[in-house]
Design a protein around this ligand. Structure first.
Ligand code: SF4
Ligand code: SF4
Length: 234
């Protein structure tokens, strides 16, 4: 698979499904055959993930990215062997980090849920092309990651404003919005991946979807109260 296909979610899922380390090999930087230079994208994704690993207390040695040409088989073997040795020394994921398996699962599952939001919030940096390895560690600073995590929004539908037009439910990629004709819509927070689609599509004349940062999400209204009066639908 071309490294341009690497997604932050792939890496998180690999660890969530039991990998102790992830090695990514891509074509040499600046030698991509496509104008998109997907290997830079893969590099930036791996740098973002490393910064997130640091935040969540996971050893950054569990991920490695290398760039090589098809004639560098020996380099590939050497770097893979070195990586395997290092990961074996760290032991199973969570052991070196002293994170209990259940806590690790909670952290990684939370991270997986944040992926769409993180990709949107860091999209400009994910597109950067930094050839100088000495500058890679500066792409995502610790302060930036703390801010990103702390400012992860929640989305909530104001029941006083929703007219049940159903647009948001149609655009939600994970069916996290419960609604229906004449039924005030609510967001199922456990399912929401914070993509913001509902916020974007709710017509401005209703502005029923709210983006909440740094505050708790109000409880959804009771089912029997979820009807829309005809006068509200204009
Ligand atoms: S932000 Fe809105 S559209 Fe996106 S997953 Fe959450 S509820 Fe669905
Ligand atoms: S788009 Fe807005 S008004 Fe329409 S159902 Fe969703 S929250 Fe309600």
């Amino acid at each position: 698979m071309c490294t341009g296909r690497i997604d932050l979610a792939f890496i998180v899922k690999a660890f969530l499904e039991g990998a102790d380390g992830v090695y990514i090999a891509g074509c040499k930087l600046n030698e991509c055959n496509y104008t998109t230079h997907g290997n830079f994208y893969a590099l930036n994704v791996s740098l973002l993930f490393k910064a997130l690993m640091d935040y969540f207390g996971i050893n950054k040695g569990r991920i490695r990215i290398e760039f090589l040409s098809s004639s560098e088989g020996l380099f590939f073997v050497e770097t893979v062997s070195d990586f395997i040795r290092n990961v074996a020394e760290l032991g199973p994921l969570g052991e070196a980090e002293q994170i209990a398996p259940d806590d690790l699962k909670i952290k990684l599952s939370y991270l997986l849920k944040l992926v769409p939001y993180l990709k949107i919030a860091t999209r400009l940096k994910l597109q950067s092309k930094i050839s100088d390895p000495s500058k890679w560690d500066q792409l995502f600073t610790k302060e930036e990651i703390i801010k990103l995590i702390n400012e992860a929004p929640a989305y909530w539908i104001d029941p006083e404003k929703c007219v049940a037009c159903t647009l948001c439910a149609q655009r939600c990629p994970v069916e996290a919005i419960d609604g229906g004709k004449n039924k005030i819509h609510i967001i199922i927070q456990d399912k929401c991946i914070k993509c913001g689609n509902c916020f974007e599509v709710c017509p401005s004349r209703f502005s029923a979807v709210k983006k909440l940062v740094g505050m708790s999400v109000p409880e959804p209204i009771k089912d029997e109260q979820r009807y829309v009066k005809k006068s509200d639908t204009g």
